[in-house]
Design a protein around this ligand. Sequence first.
Ligand code: CA2
Length: 145
Amino acid sequence: MKKVLIMNGPNLNMLGIREPGVYGTVTLQMIKQNLQVKAAELGIDLTFMQSNHEGVIIDTIHAAHAAMDGIVINPGAFTHYSYAIRDALSSVDVPVVEVHLSNIHKREEFRHTSVTAPVVIGQIAGFGPYGYELGLLALNQHLNS
Ligand code: CA2
């Protein structure tokens, strides 16, 4: 059974709880539950995590080496400036899909840059919570190809 790690960066624990106008009303718990259903359909063993701490995210990426077949990550605001997370992603030999709820390319200028995008297979942005499902499907296809 393939093992996939879903990672979420800072403030994503507030999804559906604060600022519903920007990020919608779906909570991270709801995203997790939906992904668990989709993963079961695909025969994937899913692990889900969220952290507000860069070091915890980096340690979790390192631990995924040899333990996971793939990663779907929404690094949150770390996307735009964390070279440490980028280096961690490129240090492990694990395929990664980057996901964003919002279309970061049509928001503020600082969100247009993703320092992690160059070290992942691909990026999905702008489809809300469905983006995680798309990310899982894309990763699954990559792992099976
Ligand atoms: O669109 C995305 O998924 C983001 O990764 C979300 C990050 C943002 O910094 C990135 O530029 C794009 C922010 C997640 C914050 O989520 C909140 C949810 C509810 C209330 C406040 C923040």
